[in-house]
Design a protein around this ligand. Structure first.
Ligand code: ADP
Ligand code: UDP
Length: 236
């Protein structure tokens, strides 16, 4: 499959059309941003690592019955996917308090939450991707009640597959963000990416951060951490 035209250049990926109107090519860039684009850098080799890690997770999820946009990995930066109309919600699942929930609700970072939390954020850079509740989602017209139920159920299913799988690789799945979309037949598919850019992974013993927080918090060793996540995933 070949690229036809650039449709969208985002912060971390570029989306291209293909000769098949139902398929897109996602190109994974080395660019990284934080604070809604306020902080930017290039992390050499990040794109290929995120592509390999996302491929691994999409294949694992498909084997476990999750419907995803993933079709094929074409080369070290490009993935062929099914085209969807992205539902403008970031669906965040949290097992352990970190980042914004620690700040907003006062849970100490690193504390296991009494139960798994699912949150919706409205995908709108100009508004800073605000946290929204079900009423907000409805008045924004972002998704229906049935769709929100489905997103929550799928997000929890993804968590129930990934969390124990990662623990076997000595990785704690602290939290993660998912995006979903609608096909033209109205089917809901898991889309976008699943990588250390969109998940928090901690080492099981040392609790060392092996994800984008190393960039957000100027800790260094970003590419090395992503490499370590991929090494553990690909180890039998
Ligand atoms: P952003 O646009 O937020 O800066 P990215 O750089 O990750 O983010 O760009 C990828 C864009 O492609 C995102 O807007 C994402 O919602 C969208 N996208 C991901 N998967 C699909 C898909 N299967 N069909 C259509 N759009 C997709
Ligand atoms: N996340 C993401 N994209 C975003 C915001 C958050 O992928 O635009 C991921 C983030 O990597 C983490 C989870 O969602 O795994 C929860 O992020 P949080 O709300 O704590 O935001 P932060 O404080 O990191 O900006």
């Amino acid at each position: 499959m070949r690229k036809v035209a650039e449709l969208h250049e985002g912060k971390a990926k570029i989306i291209y059309s293909t000769p098949d109107e139902d398929q897109l090519i996602v190109y994974y860039k080395d660019d990284t941003t934080a604070g809604d684009g306020a902080k930017r850098a290039q992390i050499q080799g990040k794109g290929p690592l995120n592509l390999k890690i996302s491929t691994y997770f999409f294949e694992l999820l498909a084997e476990n019955g999750v419907k995803t946009h993933y079709l094929e990995t074409l080369n070290d930066r490009e993935m062929l996917v099914r085209k969807v109309e992205i539902i403008p919600l970031e669906v965040v699942v949290r097992n352990i308090a970190a980042g914004s929930i620690a700040k907003r609700l006062g849970f100490p970072e690193g504390e296991k939450l009494p139960r798994t939390v699912v949150e919706f954020y409205y995908k709108d850079d100009s508004l800073g991707d605000p946290l929204v509740n079900r009423h907000h989602v409805l008045v924004l017209g972002a998704a229906s009640c049935e769709e929100m139920d489905k997103l929550e159920e799928q997000a929890l299913l993804v968590n129930s597959i990934l969390e124990p799988h990662l623990l076997e690789k000595d990785l704690i799945l602290v939290d993660f963000k998912l995006e979903f979309g609608r096909t033209k037949d109205g089917e809901i598919l898991l889309a976008d990416e699943i990588s250390p850019d969109t998940c928090r992974f901690w080492d099981r013993q040392s609790r060392e951060k092996l994800d984008k927080d190393r960039f957000r918090r100027d800790m260094g060793g970003v590419a090395e951490a992503y490499e370590e996540v991929y090494r553990r995933l690909s180890e039998k």
